[in-house]
Every structure is written in C-alpha cells, then in structure tokens.
Design a protein around this ligand. Sequence first.
Ligand code: MLT
Length: 267
Amino acid sequence: MQVNINGAAIHVTDAGTPERMPVLFVHGFPFSGAMWEPQMEAAGRFYRTVSYDIRGLGRSGIGDGQYTIEGHVDDLIGLLDHLDIDKTVLAGLSMGGYIALRALERNPERFLAAVLCDTRSEGDDNAGKLKRAAAAAAVKQSGAGAFADSFVPAVFAPESFQTKPQAVQLIRDIIAATSPLAIAGHLIAMAGRTDTTASLASIGIPTLIMVGEKDAVTPPACAQAMHERIPGSELHLVPGAAHMSNLENPEFFNARLLDFMEGIAGG
Ligand code: MLT
C-alpha cells in the first residue's frame, strides 16, 4: 500500500501475523523493501512484519530529492505512528542500519529490540565523503544502469553470482530502475550522517548484530566494534556472505533472526 508520510508517498508492506509482535525492516542503499522478502516470509509466520521503501527508492515517491538520515528517521517514526505501532523490533541493513542507529539514539522508547546487519556506527571520513561526491556526480552523468553495474560486484561475494543468481538479479534490477537523482540524494545523505558510536553503550534493548564474513563495504571489524560497545549484544558472522548477508545466506540469517525474536517475544 502507499501511505503519505511527511509529504512523500511511501510504499509499505504490512504483513505476517497481525496480532503478534511487530518487526520493521529497513533496507539498504539503493535497494527497496523487496530485499527483505526472505525475512518477511520466514518471520511473517510468527510475527507482524513490516517493510517499506525509503523515499526516492523502490516504489516510494522521490519527494524533493534532498535527503538526510535525520529525515529518514522522521519518516520511520511517522510510519510507526501511521501504522499505530507503539513499539517494534527494528531491523536495518547497511544504510537501513545507519537509520536504525540514529532512530535508537533519538527515539529509544519506540523499540523493543534491534537487529543491525552489515552496518557501522562511524560516519564517513574525508576519503569516504569524496568518494560519495564522485559517485553522486557519476550517477547523474551515466545513469542508474551503469551505477548498478559497478555497485553489484561490490556487495555480493563472488560465489553468490553462481549460487544466488536471482538475488543478484533482483538487486541489479532494483538499482537500475531507481532515479539517478534519488541515488545521488542518498549518497549525499550518507556522507552527511552523524557518528552514532558514542551512544552505542546506552542501547538498553536486546541487540542482534549480523555481518557477512566477506563484507567489504561494512567489514566484520565494524560489527565487532559495535558488539563490544552495545551491552549484552549478540554477534554472528554470516558464512559465505558479503554485504547482502540476508539474501546470500537466508537460511543462516533467518535462523539467527528467529531465535533472537523468540527470545524477545517469549521473554
Ligand atoms: C548500503 O548498502 O546501504 C550502502 O552500501 C552503505 C554505504 O554505502 O555506506
């Protein structure tokens, strides 16, 4: 369904088992809620499962094409209000993790537990900001198809091209269909995001951290650093996976996710 959140048409999937504990999935850049399909299905057997397309991405409206992580948190909270969800489990992958970490810092009262996947708490360093600036200029010049061609090999493990061709194709198709202006807008938003490292020690809810063992975008060392700071957190390296750990090894990912959620729902 499409809902209006803070002036943009946001595409939302509200599924699973409605009367059970909700889990909200926040996707990475520049993907869409469709990347969470294996988790929506697996967790949906036991829980209310919600995913959405961040403005400018997937089937959501582009808004004005100017984005900040802060604005994405406004949308996330606006969406929870719209769906009448007081508290939820919050799961974010990569940019979805940046949004989740800032939401946990800003609105901790809205979350029961956190699942941080292939993400990091540090902001971009100067080299990272310059790389984003170059990529923003390039995507407006060369288009989303060329951006997808260069991006996809960076986020999947080499063997996933053989073992998970449908997942690779899904991500490539999503990126290629995205507005270059929106891709540039999100690159600039990520370059301008805050560093949430200082608040990790204050996360007072159960936290599951997962990262592909071969993730080169947000490497396992970033996950380890968050694990050391977040009290009582649980860390798992996802075997055989790179940055798209939920799609590259959904069996392992879903098993850890469901175990974790059972602990929250039952506890
Ligand atoms: C993502 O997957 O969301 C992005 O690759 C994260 C990033 O570029 O920092």
